[in-house]
Design a protein around this ligand. Structure first.
Ligand SMILES: Nc1nc2c(ncn2[C@@H]2O[C@H](COP(=O)(O)OP(=O)(O)OP(=O)(O)O)[C@@H](O)[C@H]2O)c(=O)[nH]1
Ligand SMILES: [Mg+2]
Length: 250
């Protein structure tokens, strides 16, 4: 398995808290709330501060009800569903996230297209998984802290994505429903044991979504850092990135 870069070694950690990042993060907000980007929309910087955008495809994996659709909504700043409505096919959601590279000081917008497919739909229709897997850059493996079986199944899921036929994909584990600690079914020592075995980043999610970016920043920073690292390793140079395109100034 590819080595995971230590947090903050590739991108500036907690950059969203720095004053100089305000100009970029403000493009994600409207009246202090998350801006909704339509299919053809993207953050627009003034000409003097135009930055490049890099595109990635992310697949959300996990049992039905663990919170894949809720996580996609949380990351995009959309309304989180209160009830569980099974996702009947593939839904995609786009999330923008600005990042500052540590070595060069260069700023990039990451455009993350999240692919969320209902687990039951995946099982019912064979053609869905190949579409989700096609040219995927990263997989978020979700388990719920309130559902032991979703945690026990993680190793199985990750192993499927670690075969040589799959190629290199960034892997991040997300434990959802961390706010429901009264119903917690996964002990801390089990989580530690899992991390020692797999050596993958594991982040916890849960609770009311805030209007700010603080609750999603750890996951998005971790994901973008690994995506960039994976590309640099693949290209053999930290300066080259084939997906670069300039943010269009409308
Ligand atoms: N309290 C709490 N509830 C959550 C959290 N994440 C998801 N939920 C709830 O869990 C339920 C199921 O979440 P979904 O996101 O619909 O589950 P899913 O993984 O998309 O399920 P399928 O589409 O059937 O595969 C919903 O009622 C969500 O509101 C969380 O972090 N905390
Ligand atoms: Mg769903």
């Amino acid at each position: 398995m590819a080595e995971v870069p230590p947090p903050g070694s590739v991108i500036v950690a907690d950059w969203h808290r720095c004053k100089e990042s305000k100009e970029y993060f403000s493009k994600l907000l409207h009246k202090k709330r998350r801006k909704k980007f339509g299919l053809l929309e993207s953050p627009v910087m003034p000409p003097h501060a135009a930055v490049d955008t890099v595109h990635y495809k992310i697949f959300l994996s996990g049992k039905s009800g663990v919170g894949k659709t809720a996580l996609a909504a949380r990351l995009a700043g959309l309304n989180i569903p209160n009830s569980h409505y099974e996702t009947t096919g593939i839904e995609t959601t786009v999330v923008y996230w600005p990042v500052k590279l540590r070595d060069s000081g260069r700023v990039l917008f990451f455009r993350l297209q999240l692919w969320d497919c209902g687990e039951n739909a995946l099982r019912r229709f064979d053609h869905l998984l190949p579409s989700c897997k096609e040219q995927v850059d990263a997989v978020l493996f979700l388990f719920s802290f309130t559902d032991r079986t979703s945690f026990d199944d993680l190793s199985n899921q990750i192993a499927k994505w670690t075969r040589p036929s799959v190629g290199q994909v960034v892997k991040v584990v997300v434990g959802t429903k961390f706010d429901l600690f009264m119903h917690c079914d996964v002990a801390e020592r089990d989580v530690r044991g899992f991390q020692e075995t797999w050596r993958l980043p594991l982040l916890q999610m849960g609770g009311e979504a805030s209007d700010g970016l603080g609750d999603i920043a750890p996951l998005l920073n971790c994901l973008t850092e690994q995506l960039w690292h994976q590309d640099c390793v693949a290209a053999g140079s930290s300066r080259h990135h084939s997906q670069l395109d300039t943010v269009t100034v409308l």
